[in-house]
Design a protein around this ligand. Structure first.
Ligand code: B12
Ligand code: SF4
Length: 495
């Protein structure tokens, strides 16, 4: 069968598409796990943001797919549904399948539009679906699948999460990609996985509903082969997409050593980490990470105030420990010190605009980011489907925007008990542009060629909405902010 797999073009405020265009790791993993006689094409539409419909039309004509699969996050739902309408019109014979976080957690939003919904991990479910379609058999026995049955949409039982042990999931197939241009600050970038899952239960995170609280790992030989595959295809930077690689610090340290031993430390790595693990083990771990080539570390700080950490259920992962395991306060600063001491950049993940937040509480977090963080990754709490936090915001009547196309993390769609949503977003926007500007000299040293070629585009993106008059202080900041919001919204109408 001919299969076309698409990831959505919608991008995120803190990942300017001029600087960051990463592949979707799910689709190449799905491609690597179908039976080998199928012909699969993977297209990451982030690479063609300015010409999405023309590209999809071309791919449909060239590949004549029997099955089209789309990978969708919640804020990409509107784009996905518009694309599905178009695919139906242009290729009515194709079966349409959706998977990923949004279809898994908000299946009803897709039921009227698609033929199949793959919930949770997709590799085995999708493989079995293709087998069933090929032989014209039923799909009622395929765990993890939803399907149309006459006028009804039925859902089979959940598929248990994969153990990831040997041969459970075959390696990704990157040769199936049909578009090019992935970049991380000018370096060709790819994504790899070394583990799946997390055992924490932060209230804003979709992972618990998606797969439960568990942690499974791939073995090192598979991971090193996967890194080699990326390198041999031209990647010079790698983003490790693990939910929480720092859950097992010993294993992470051993992985850093294995990367060095295999000579794969010439690549540059970016990863997500919890502050507690880095604070508790940084003296041993940070030098190993640096030797292995880690450069940008996304720290899940979430908030610097204990009340907010309590609301986000993120206190445990942000508490450092003394020898003997006694709790020793907030881990964030110690973690940042360890990373900075070893020449790594901190991408600071903070969440501002929680129910109890006052203006001062928000400003305290922004001041922290200004002082300690290299690249701000500040978001507003966003009521993604079925997270525990969503229910809390709903119960308190604090959700002010139900349009999920705005659920991109940097549009404030909830208010606090004390501050209106638009003001929360304004405060973040006002602070963040200048923190980003501060990082540009370091970005210049890190990637001089890229910075020279794209500095003006980066500045235009960061200061969207700003005009000469605004720079001279002849315009109210709120007017500039409104223009920034309008510009972003029109940029994000891809289909
Ligand atoms: C890595 C990652 C990123 C990377 C993305 C790199 C990349 N291009 O892949 C970065 C840092 C850029 C990122 C950014 C964002 N992310 Co993110 N990210 C993740 C993370 C940690 C891992 C995703 C991953 O690659 N997993 C590995 C792959 C193999 O697994 P998978 O994606 O789940 O795919 C499996 C199934 O879902 C399914 N599947 C997926 N697609 C399809 C398609 C078909 C056809 C089929 C059959 C099956 C299928 O099968 C796959 C294999 O089993 C998740 C999860 C988490 N716990 O936090 C969040 C997560 C996906 N991100 C999320 C969000 C909200 C964002 C942002 C909007 C804001 C933010 N929080 O940072 C931005 C927007 C990104 C953008 N498009 O611009 C949310 C999504 C919530 C939702 N309901 O939509 C998650 C769940 C985190 C959370 N807050 O709970 N993210
Ligand atoms: S530590 Fe990270 S991956 Fe784990 S539940 Fe919290 S936000 Fe999700």
């Amino acid at each position: 069968m001919q299969v076309l797999l698409l990831s959505m073009p919608d991008s995120f405020e803190h990942m300017a598409p001029v600087a960051v265009r990463m592949p979707n790791g799910a689709l190449t993993s799905i491609a690597g796990n179908v039976d080998p006689h199928h012909r699969v094409a993977v297209a990451d539409l982030i690479l063609v943001q300015g010409r999405v419909t023309a590209t999809v039309d071309r791919l449909l004509a060239e590949h004549q797919p029997d099955v089209v699969g789309l990978s969708v996050m919640t804020f990409q739902r509107r784009t996905a549904l518009r694309l599905i309408e178009r695919i139906r019109r242009l290729r009515p014979t194709a079966s349409i399948v959706v998977g990923g976080y949004d279809p898994s957690l908000a299946a009803d939003a897709y039921e009227p539009a698609v033929d199949f919904i793959v919930r949770g991990e997709g590799e085995i479910t999708f493989r079995e679906l293709l087998r069933a379609l090929e032989r014209g058999g039923g799909v009622a026995g395929i765990a993890g699948l939803g399907y149309r049955d006459g006028g009804m949409f039925r859902h089979n039982s959940d598929r248990p999460v994969s153990s990831l042990d040997e041969a459970a999931i075959a390696p990704p197939r990157r040769d199936t990609r049909v578009l090019s241009g992935y970049t991380l600050l000018g370096r060709p970038v790819d994504v790899i996985e070394t583990s799946r899952g997390c055992t924490f239960d932060c209230s804003f995170c979709s992972i618990i509903e998606m797969r439960g609280r568990n942690f499974h790992t791939y073995d090192f030989s598979r991971i090193l082969d996967d890194i080699r595959d990326c390198r041999d295809r031209g990647a010079r930077a790698l983003f490790i997409v693990d939910d929480n690689i720092t859950l097992d610090v010993k294993r992470f340290a051993a992985l850093c050593q294995a990367i060095v031993a295999a000579g794969l430390h010439e690549l540059e790595y970016a990863v997500q980490a919890t502050t507690a693990s880095i604070a508790d083990h940084g003296a041993m771990l940070a030098p190993l990470m640096r030797q292995a080539g880690f450069r940008y570390v996304f720290l899940g700080i979430e908030n610097v105030l204990e009340d907010d950490l309590g609301f986000l259920k993120a206190s445990a992962k942000n508490t450092k420990h003394e020898k003997g395991g006694r709790r020793a306060g907030n881990a964030t600063l110690t973690a940042i010190e360890h990373l900075h001491a070893h020449d790594m950049f901190v991408v600071g993940g903070l969440i501002v605009g929680n129910p109890g937040d006052t203006r001062d509480a928000i400003e305290a977090n922004l001041a922290f980011a200004r002082r300690y963080v290299d690249w701000p990754y500040i978001q507003h709490p966003t009521p993604y489907p079925r997270t525990p936090m969503t229910q809390q915001f709903r119960d308190q009547g604090l959700i002010v925007d139900e349009d999920v196309a705005h659920y991109d993390g940097t549009t404030a769609v909830v208010r606090t008990k004390h501050v209106p949503a638009a003001e929360v977003e304004f405060l973040r926007w006002r602070a963040e542009r200048w923190i980003k500007l501060k990082h540009l000299p370091a970005a210049f040293v890190h990637s001089p060629g890229f910075a020279l070629r794209h500095m003006s585009a980066m500045l235009r993106y960061t200061f969207a909405g700003t005009r000469f008059r605004s720079m001279l202080g002849m315009e109210a900041e709120h007017a500039v902010f409104e223009r920034y919001r309008q510009e972003r919204r029109s940029q994000r109408a891809y289909v």
